[in-house]
Design a binder for this molecule. Structure first.
Ligand code: FAD
Ligand code: NAI
Length: 507
């Protein structure tokens, strides 16, 4: 009884602390401290993008050292790991978005934000062409922004490998609008399949959801989709539910190639139980408005063709370069051999350039294109920029002292000592180690409240899969959300979906 009482007290206390923290965080969020105006004598630092790399950079950057300008067609940061959950309404999309102006408002010195797409970086003239691509345009919707220093964090585009029909007929899963389009299309397929007098073969086609690409995006989406049907559609529209089918197509011999063998096997067997059909060694060659044409390599190495009718097609075959990155690479001769993005050195400086740095999916530093890598690169670069500013400050101070500018009669010994102290500080600051990526592990949701995890643990690796891993996946992603507001919204969405089911209204 005493144990129970203590347990109850501990729970009550932690709940109270949690609520207190949320209220305090909300208050400080709404009432930030006054900001400095930018100092026009400082260098102009332009940051392209508001994704993982750029936002990690901005979060750690001391903005009082530069005139910071942020340019992105998206005025928010998007927490991509939970994007697959938005396609079915398990999480509402605004719960994983954080307005960039909110982020910038909390910086020491004011930073400008322009919602625009950077269309060209002119390396020679050090200017960036920007265009407002939003629906509402003012009289000026194209202009130029000069820079002294440039950080490129524009991410990557969806790869289609030039396969005919992909751009016209598939949905992608990279941005919020993609998740919204998928959510709408799933319900459109379902309602059309339930339409009066629909022929059985047409019902089968409409309820066939095909996912191309067995990387983590494809796998997580397939898992979420199956959950949606099992938890909600089946209950609400039982007459068509048995015809619902998910197929995952992968060109390689297995899905999730970055995970360990045991987790690949676990995922494949879980998918079998969930009735998700996996077609491996199957390369999609063509897409039409109703079918996917693919080439299957059989166990004997013989190739055969299949045509798969679909209602919804989601294309998740990885990344390719954005046009602005291609153009930038074409202007820098040292980039001519780079294929997958801007080749950077160990300090993330774009090779062959002097004042351009790159982070995240658009940079090639020898790591996988993941949020983990992008955010570590962004945080490293911010430390580098903070150090560069401190170095310049110290060098100026040393210069002023040693040229006697601040010298008062009888001060020489003290000045010499001060210079020695500053030089020591300067050596320490200048000694910045190159970027080193620390891999924390890989996590993926595979449906039916199961997840797989390859996590770094005590110089080794722990592989686990199942329901407990799913709880770990949820708590890990909840803690990684950008803000307390995001965390609260995501937790409430999960509770709401569990209690009332996902909202199946079609917008
Ligand atoms: P992004 O985050 O894509 O940001 C690019 C930014 O640049 C955006 O703000 C964009 O609007 C802006 N931009 C684009 N073009 C221009 C332009 N011309 N001018 C100016 N700005 C521009 N990784 C993990 O480690 N763990 C996960 O669980 C995980 N889950 C994922 C789930 C999904 C569905 C997806 C799609 C990816 C996932 N990733 C995950 C990968 C991760 O999201 C990316 O590696 C990460 O977003 C890369 O960060 P970035 O800053 O380079 O690019
Ligand atoms: P990916 O590059 O990881 O996987 C794409 C898959 O599509 C590949 O396995 C490829 O063989 C296959 N493919 C390519 N062309 C094909 C074709 N014509 N027909 C059939 N299959 C084809 O891409 P994904 O999943 O979009 O991930 C991109 C990046 O984001 C990766 O670095 C990934 O690690 C990261 N990510 C991480 C997540 C996590 O950690 N949970 C979740 C989502 C993405």
């Amino acid at each position: 009884r005493t144990t129970f009482r203590w347990l109850w007290r501990a729970t009550y206390l932690s709940l109270l602390t949690g609520v207190g923290f949320v209220i305090y965080d909300g208050y400080t969020d709404r009432n930030p401290e006054e900001q400095f105006a930018p100092d026009p004598t400082k260098k102009t630092l332009v940051v392209l993008g508001t994704g993982w790399g750029s936002v990690a950079f901005l979060k750690k950057l001391d903005t009082s050292n530069y005139n910071v300008i942020v340019i992105s067609p998206r005025n928010y940061f998007l927490f991509t790991p939970l994007l697959p959950s938005c396609t079915t309404g398990n999480i509402e999309h605004r719960s994983i978005m954080e307005p960039v102006r909110q982020i910038l408002r909390h910086k020491k010195a004011h930073a400008k934000f322009y919602e625009a797409e950077a269309t060209r970086v002119d390396v020679e003239k050090k200017v960036i062409k920007i265009t407002d691509n939003s629906d509402i345009k003012g009289k000026v919707h194209e202009t130029e922004v000069p820079y002294d220093m440039l950080v490129v964090g524009v991410g990557a585009e969806n790869a289609t490998f030039g396969i005919p029909g992909v751009r016209e007929h598939s949905c992608f899963l990279k941005e919020i609008r993609d998740a919204q389009a998928i959510r709408t299309k799933i319900m459109d397929c379902v309602e059309t399949a339930a339409f009066k007098d629909q022929a059985p073969e047409e019902v089968d086609r409409l309820l066939h959801m095909v996912v191309v690409g067995g990387g983590p995006t494809g796998v997580e989406f397939a898992g979420e989709l199956r959950d949606f049907f099992d938890d909600d559609i089946q209950k609400l529209i039982p007459d068509i539910a048995p015809r619902f089918k998910v197929t995952l197509i992968e060109a390689l011999p297995n899905v999730l190639p970055m995970f360990s063998k045991q987790l690949i096997d676990y995922t494949e067997s879980t998918f079998k139980e969930e009735h998700i059909n996996i077609l491996t060694k199957t390369m999609v060659k063509k897409v039409t408005d109703r079918t996917v044409e693919a080439e299957i390599t059989g166990p004997d190495g013989k190739k055969s063709s299949i045509t798969i009718p679909y209602g919804l097609l989601v294309w998740a075959t990885g990344n390719t370069l954005r046009p602005i990155v291609k153009d930038l690479m074409a202007q820098i001769p040292a980039q001519k051999d780079s294929r997958r993005g801007l080749a950077v050195n160990e300090y993330l400086v774009v090779q062959g350039s002097r004042d351009i740095w790159a982070v995240g999916d658009c940079a090639v530093a020898g790591y996988a294109p993941t949020a983990q890598v992008a955010s570590q690169e962004g945080a490293f670069l911010a430390r580098l920029f903070n150090n560069m500013a401190k170095t310049q400050d110290l060098e100026q101070k040393i210069h002023d002292l040693s040229t006697g500018l601040n010298l008062k009669p009888g001060d020489t010994a003290a000045e010499t000592q001060e210079i020695a102290g500053l030089e020591k500080q300067l050596r320490r600051i200048k000694d910045i180690k190159p970027f080193h990526y620390s891999h924390q592990g890989s996590l993926a949701y595979i449906g039916s409240e199961k997840a797989v995890a390859d996590v770094a643990w005590l110089n080794g690796n722990v592989a686990s899969g199942g329901k407990l891993t799913y709880l770990f996946w949820r708590s890990a992603y909840l803690s990684m959300c950008f803000s307390t507001r995001n965390r609260v919204l995501v937790a409430l969405d999960w509770i709401k979906a569990k209690l009332y089911g996902r909202d199946i209204s079609r917008e």
